[in-house]
Design a binder for this molecule. Structure first.
Ligand SMILES: [Zn+2]
Ligand SMILES: [Zn+2]
Length: 273
């Protein structure tokens, strides 16, 4: 989970999102990004959770997060670990990693996060395998995993004969609150999905600068510069929250593959190949 605003657990219940998460990554310590964590931890405790939960945040966030954690429940039914991340630091998980990058938000140590899937195996060529007389079955699997095999007739099959180049995994990048910045462009280079804040529209471009936020158009410029596949806008100020069509239109004039996030929205991120 990335950030945990007020009402997060209610929304999770409403949309059937599992509470079995292991990590929450906070972009920064403004209240609109963390108020929900107290109630979420309390609910997890009431549900009898025993698995540890890790709360990650930028430099200087641990004090605030520990406080939020202790408000969440009086009796520790499960361990809550609070950790700080530096820009560029990676958290490795099975089949993917999450890397923080430093964004530009009112001088505070704020992080965006890039969730990057591990490389996938190359494509296996079944026609060629049949041509070479390799029997379908476990041998195919071993070759696909990159292991050379020796056939009954003594021939040695090198996996490179049958398996293509490794294919990149998918990448999803979340900015949190930020001005448009080079670090986002770099982290989001060719990403499948960029989730960028768009607090304001064109007419409030000056306010975006003053308050350390972005306009929808600026988010779209970042998306175009980074060459991402799709852009999802979020974090709209109150005047756009009800109807974000203006923001979508302004962003699409720069980057057509843009949508505005809404409650309960699901987006499928398919492999490119
Ligand atoms: Zn903020
Ligand atoms: Zn915010």
């Amino acid at each position: 989970m990335f950030d945990c605003g007020e009402g997060t657990q209610r929304q999770m219940m409403r949309w059937g999102v599992s509470f079995a998460l292991e990590d929450i990554f906070f972009t920064h310590m403004h209240a609109d990004h963390l108020l929900g964590v107290v109630g979420l931890i309390r609910t997890m405790a009431l549900q009898g959770r025993t698995e540890p939960l890790r709360l990650w945040g930028p430099r200087g966030s641990a004090r605030v997060l520990r406080r939020a954690e202790s408000l969440g429940f009086e009796r520790a039914s499960f361990p809550v670990e609070v950790l700080e991340l530096e820009p560029g630091q990676r958290v490795e998980r099975k089949d993917f990693a999450i890397a923080g990058f430093g964004v530009d938000h009112r001088g505070s140590a704020s992080l965006g996060y890039a969730l990057v899937e591990s490389e996938r195996k190359g494509r296996f060529n079944p026609e060629k395998a049949r041509e070479l007389g390799i029997p379908e079955g476990p041998l195919w699997g071993r070759i696909h995993r990159g292991i050379a095999v020796t056939l009954d007739d003594g021939r040695v099959i090198d996996p490179s004969e049958l398996v293509g180049h490794k294919r990149p995994g998918r990448a999803i990048v979340v900015t949190g609150d930020t001005r448009p910045c080079a670090a986002t462009i770099e982290a989001a280079r060719h990403a499948d999905l960029l989730i960028h804040e768009a607090t304001f529209g064109d007419e409030e471009a000056a306010r975006a600068v003053e308050t350390g936020h972005s306009t929808a158009r600026e988010a779209a410029e970042v998306a175009r510069e980074a060459g991402v596949r799709r852009l999802l806008l979020t974090h709209f100020s109150a005047r756009y929250a009800r109807d974000a069509m203006d923001l979508e239109r302004e962003a699409r004039s720069v980057f057509p593959e843009t949508v505005c996030g809404k409650d309960g929205m699901e987006i499928e991120v398919a492999f490119e190949d």
